[in-house]
Ligand binder design. Structure first.
Ligand code: DSN
Length: 431
């Protein structure tokens, strides 16, 4: 590295555009000042942010390394090749595509590789913990495909594998998708594989939520079972906002063609480089420790909230998130979200299975441990957080908001997010 680094210069931004510089600073303050419990969010490292804010953003690179539609791609090719190699190593994958801009894009590409409009798709219903792109009527997945939906059992709130099998036999889907946004328990990938094989369907695992736990070897991997695994790179994984796909070698061509040119144009090479940085981080031993702590923290948080009178859906969690039924408290999900937010606890209202409330109100909340674990919090902190949430929920008139907010300040003061002072100085050259 002989040429001087040229990267984000915050002082220049502040001088030229104080409005947007103010937004950037305020958002950092917001992240630092509250408890971020949105299960799909995390704090990306300065190394990832440096790649994201680099001049790789300038390059058009339609195509894949060595076969692009533009000249001058020999440098950005290296970023993608390095990232792909790291993804293969991390996940034991036969093929990796780092180009999808998001999880929804990755899912669209995977459907595009295997389905035609009108084909049948079997996915988990959104109100039971699935995802918008798994066949919901308002999404392309429910508009373009004949989407059949499975859910959880009313007694256990675990995925109803008997229902999945029955629906698969009845509807003969071309593709079965598992995974979702509010599934606290592990998914039985072997059971899905067996059902897919019985009806000759492609098995797609949308691992967006839990891929970081797979990367950290804290839960079983779907990669050996699935034809294709899609994921986002910004949740537990802790990379830049974006998507990715891994698949069996036999599907590599179809997936690559679906990602480009069917679904997207030019890849975001700064994001691809940042994904490569993140994958290197995930290959470090410290990341495994992090992934295990994420689960321990989610379990401690779920247990703590149960002690506050909230009911953990499915009886608890094996992952990074817990879904809590608030019905016994008489507080709706929307009210809970608002009361917590007022005190600096950021979480989201969430439908619970068989929810009597509309999604805009919801009977539950979803909490996740990825961000607070990145801050270095542990089980005792989760107990304190659960107690603060319990107090906020019972505080109908807002008279205890200041007390809860003080508790939040104490926790984030002891474990600050992005603790290092902000600096626009260039890093030292490596040679
Ligand atoms: N919106 C994301 C989540 O919060 O789970 C999934 O796309």
């Amino acid at each position: 590295m002989s040429t001087p680094y040229w990267g984000p210069d915050f002082d220049a931004l502040a001088a030229f555009d104080p409005d947007i510089a103010g937004v950037v600073v305020d958002e950092l303050d917001r992240l630092r000042g509250g408890l971020q419990l949105i299960a799909s969010e995390n704090f990306t490292s300065p190394a990832v942010l440096a790649a994201l804010g680099s001049t790789l953003s300038n390059k058009y690179a339609e195509g894949y390394p060595g076969r692009r539609y533009y000249g001058g791609c020999e440098v950005v090719d290296r970023a993608e090749e390095i990232g792909i190699a790291r993804g293969k190593e991390l996940f034991g994958a036969e093929h990796v595509n780092l180009q999808p801009h998001s999880g929804a894009s990755a899912n669209l590409a995977a459907y595009g590789a295997f389905l035609k409009p009108g084909d049948t798709l079997l996915g988990m219903a959104l109100p039971h913990g699935g995802h918008l792109t798994h066949g919901t009527k308002v999404s392309f997945s429910g508009k373009w495909f004949d989407a059949v939906q499975y859910g959880v059992r009313p007694d256990t709130e675990h995925i109803d594998y008997d229902q999945v099998r029955d629906l698969a036999r009845e509807h003969r889907p071309k593709l079965i998708v598992c995974g979702g946004s509010a599934i606290p328990r592990l998914i039985d990938f072997a059971a899905f594989r067996e059902i897919a094989d019985e009806v000759g369907a492609i098995l797609m695992v949308d691992a967006a939520h839990f891929i970081g736990l797979v990367a950290g070897k804290a839960i079983p991997s779907p990669v050996p079972y699935a034809d294709v695994v899609t994921f986002t790179t910004h949740k537990v994984l802790r990379g830049p906002r974006g998507g990715a796909i891994v698949c069996k070698a036999e599907h590599a061509k179809a997936i690559d063609k679906a990602a480009f040119p069917m679904m997207q144009g030019g890849p975001l090479m700064h994001a691809v480089a940042a994904k490569a940085v993140n994958l290197k981080e995930c290959l470090q031993p410290e990341y495994r420790t992090y992934a295990r702590q994420v689960i321990a923290n989610a379990q401690a948080l779920s247990d703590g909230l149960a002690a506050e009178g909230l009911r953990p859906v499915a009886g608890g969690t094996d992952t990074h998130l817990a879904l809590l039924d608030l019905q016994a408290t008489g507080v709706t999900g929307a009210d809970a979200e608002q009361r917590c937010d007022a005190a600096g606890i950021v979480l989201n209202k969430n439908a619970i299975p068989f929810d009597p409330q509309p999604a805009s109100i919801a009977s539950g909340i979803r909490v996740g441990s990825p961000a607070v674990t990145t801050q270095g919090m542990a089980e005792d902190d989760m107990k304190a957080i659960a107690s603060l949430i319990g107090t906020a929920l019972r505080d109908a008139d807002g008279s205890r908001t200041a007390e809860v907010a003080a508790g939040v300040r104490e926790l984030v003061g002891a474990h600050p997010a992005y603790p290092a002072p902000r600096s626009s100085s260039p890093p030292q050259s490596a040679d």
